[in-house]
Design a protein around this ligand. Structure first.
Ligand code: HEM
Ligand code: HEM
Length: 370
């Protein structure tokens, strides 16, 4: 898990730097971040969280095949989008096999649960289903050139909002109170209710962007319902424990703001007032980067130092979370600037990410057994 997190975090840097340095098709560096970095990381994180959600004990060794197959698929996807375009359906097929394996395993774990599994499990299963649908769409596009653009739009909205969005919110609702150190009795009921809005919203946005733009705006309205309830029940009441200069809570909450920003910018690119590529950049900088650095601040010490004392884990956590408030401001500003078409927007996110990686390198050197 720690290795996947480090691959993803370091993959972000070339993903942000390469578009300015090399003449590559834009989808290649983007998939370095999304397919090679984020996709295996999320599948790996699911193999870590699903046993917790189902209360069924540590994962067996074979469970690591799906994240590793997803990593292989990510490498193949980046290679094919850079150099051998025709190969990308193979990458999609490998990723689909990984998703199938993980879904099957999660179903078995759900059956083995005593009582009912935690509602977060359903969020992960729906997220995997959205990714599978998104990959099926882009594979179909290779054989149906007349529908290439709509199917690509289906792929990207399903993956960004369905796969990443559902996983992120399903995890954040539980992780943010843990990290912030406060009880959240609303988490269970929110998780049990709100997936319907997000699922319906994502399907409408994806199908709308592909074939009928007004549907996408209806989908956006559905998405805003759970986000407004999340802000009302979590971000606002616990603001003093969340918005701090250091620690994991601030970037995690900043990620929710970044997601909201990317969603609200949807109608702008939907009506052609702003290129879609800017929306994607804003999504990466204002949402994904604070999300992954925030989650890594809390989880990397557990994954890297599983046998060490709580104090040692906490020392690494404090190191990783140092100045996370300023980093969060930089990530969110980079997202806003990307939407305003400022080419130097990525510079801010590169500075913040480099700072995080530097803290990590120092922390790893200080830790006895990284
Ligand atoms: C094996 C995995 C994947 C494969 C084979 C794949 C393949 C592709 C292909 C062929 C395109 C069209 C590129 C072009 O316009 O020339 C594309 C676009 C895109 N994909 Fe993926 N993809 C994968 C995973 C993902 C994941 C996991 C995400 C997000 C989490 C994602 C997000 C996107 C986005 C945002 C675009 C639009 C890029 C643009 O407009 O330039 N993809 N993908
Ligand atoms: C959350 C982040 C989002 C990202 C990163 C994103 C990204 C993109 C991209 C890259 C494209 C262009 C694909 C292409 O034509 O090559 C696109 C198209 C589109 N998106 Fe989004 N999108 C997001 C959310 C939304 C939302 C919330 C809506 C709802 C209004 C929306 C509606 C549309 C529509 C209608 C199109 C087609 C535009 C056209 O016909 O030219 N998107 N999106």
């Amino acid at each position: 898990m720690a290795a996947l997190a480090i691959v993803a975090l370091t993959g972000f840097l070339p993903g942000l730097l390469l578009p300015g340095l090399l003449e590559l098709p834009p989808a290649a560096p983007l998939h370095l971040i999304l397919a090679l970095g984020v996709m295996p990381l999320i599948l790996g994180a699911m193999t870590y969280f699903i046993p917790v959600l189902t209360r069924t004990g540590t994962p067996e060794a074979k469970t690591f095949f799906p994240p590793l197959a997803a990593l292989g698929a990510g490498i193949l996807a980046v290679f094919s989008l850079s150099l051998a375009y025709r190969l990308y359906p193979l990458a999609a097929a490998l990723a689909l096999a990984a998703i199938g394996g993980l879904l099957w395993w999660s179903r078995n774990r759900a059956r083995a649960t005593l009582g009912r599994p935690h509602p977060g499990l359903l969020w992960y299963q729906l997220a995997l289903a959205a990714l599978a649908l998104g990959l099926a769409a882009i594979t179909l596009a290779a054989f149906w050139p007349e529908q290439w653009l709509p199917l690509k739009r289906l792929h990207l909205h399903l993956n960004l909002l369905g796969f990443v969005g559902l996983t992120a919110l399903g995890t954040l609702r539980v992780l943010l109170p843990t990290v912030g150190g406060f009880p959240d009795p609303q988490a269970g009921p929110w998780l049990m209710r709100e997936w319907r809005w997000i699922l319906a919203g994502t399907l409408l946005i994806a199908a709308g962007a592909a074939w009928a733009p007004p549907l996408a705006e209806a989908g956006l309205l559905l998405w805003l319902i759970p986000l407004a309830r999340l802000a009302h029940s979590l971000l606002w009441p616990h603001r003093e424990k969340i918005w701090r200069r250091h620690g994991a809570a601030t970037p995690l909450a900043a990620a929710i703001i970044g997601l909201l920003l990317s969603l609200l910018a949807g109608p702008l690119h939907g009506h052609g007032l702003l290129p879609g590529a800017q929306a994607t950049q804003a999504f990466v900088m204002a949402f994904l980067l604070p999300l992954v650095t925030g989650a890594a601040t809390h989880l990397l010490p557990l994954w890297l130092l599983p046998k060490e004392s709580r104090e040692k884990q906490q020392a690494l956590r404090e190191r990783l979370g140092r100045h996370s408030g300023i980093r969060s401001i930089l990530f969110l500003s980079a997202g806003v600037l990307a939407l305003l078409a400022q080419t130097w927007a990525s510079l801010l996110s590169i500075i913040a990410l480099t700072h995080f990686l530097f803290q990590f390198a120092c922390g790893a050197l200080e830790s006895p057994n990284p």
